[in-house]
Design a protein around this ligand. Sequence first.
Ligand code: NAD
Ligand code: DAU
Length: 354
Amino acid sequence: MTILVTGGAGFIGSNFVLDWLADPAAEPVVNLDALTYAGNRANLASLEGDARHHFVHGDIGDRARVDQLLATHRPRAIVHFAAESHVDRSIHGPGAFMKTNVEGTFTLLEAARAFWGTLEGDEKAAFRFHHVSTDEVYGSLKPSDPPFAETNPYEPNSPYSASKAASDHLVRAWHHTYGLPVLTTNCSNNYGPYHFPEKLIPLMIVNALAGKPLPVYGDGQQIRDWLYVKDHCSGIRAVLAGGRLGETYNIGGWNEKANLDIVQTVCALLDELRPDPAGPYSRLITYVTDRPGHDRRYAIDARKIERELGWRPAETFETGIRKTVQWYLDHPDWVADVQSGAYKDWVGQHYGAR
Ligand code: NAD
Ligand code: DAU
């Protein structure tokens, strides 16, 4: 038995693969990743020589390649992380988001449907297509709104969230029409090791350590619900193991925080762990032009996954953020590596004009 993971060289996918294979009894992983700017084989370096991890450099939109992988490895599940994931990049260039998140998911679903159609008996009954999605599909909450439940209407506001919403609809339809055994999880903002420093928390850590400005969009009062990435991975494992077919499960950290509070927390931890003789890191906070169409607040109601599957996050924000800041301090080579090359072009293009 094997599982096929897509996007397993990215932030969440690589954490998922590492956590999965930390169990000596775990099924082997075939890891299909196109190695875009966000994919990084260094995340998986500790699996070098581990025969249970089979890395494949390829695109989910390549139907022949996906068909061949499914026929060869006969996975009992597909866990689909591969996506373009950064909202700001989707505003600069939405095309890649439509290509991978919508067309790529369509191709993967069609390949999965064809493969599943060849299975019989227990193998057919055990097969799962697990789609990893986001809370951004539900749109933006007002301060007094209850957190997003699975029953909230879809109201995506960015090209990224629209592309993820489209992919969720495809997954739902492939279950409803063809009976494909699907599961969907919609998750809040992750943070933790191997997070690419285009996203808020790692960007603030690496910029602070380099003495660079800490760019806060607008008034910094936008709210996100932060989830430690390893808790997200355990939530996915719980849904994969026991989720009801065709259902969606929201996964969140019960940690609503304003962006400015997040940045100040990162600064305070760095002041403690790596004090800067020039003064507190918060001196670097710089307000910049807001993100167009910026969603004001996300928050997840994670009671369904707790009620049905007994899942709750293990980390509080305080424990998770301390581990995260320490991880970045302990991995300067990883940080230097991901900041080389095209990363500089992105930072120049995106922040240069703000
Ligand atoms: P990421 O950008 O760090 O990684 C994406 C990975 O997918 C990379 O390894 C990339 O090389 C790969 N990839 C991209 N296009 C591909 C293609 N066409 N074929 C194969 N591989 C391809 O993303 P992430 O933050 O790890 O997010 C993973 C998934 O979780 C995404 O589907 C995202 O929408 C979802 N999600 C992320 C968050 C978050 O906070 N990061 C929260 C909720 C949901
Ligand atoms: O909610 C889940 C989503 O969380 C995922 O689906 C996305 O893949 C993931 O990227 C994330 O989206 P956000 O847009 O919330 O994350 P980001 O880290 O880009 O931004 C978090 C908040 O911080 C957001 O309100 C914008 C703000 N921000 C971000 C950056 C990069 C800043 O103020 N300054 C910045 O430089």
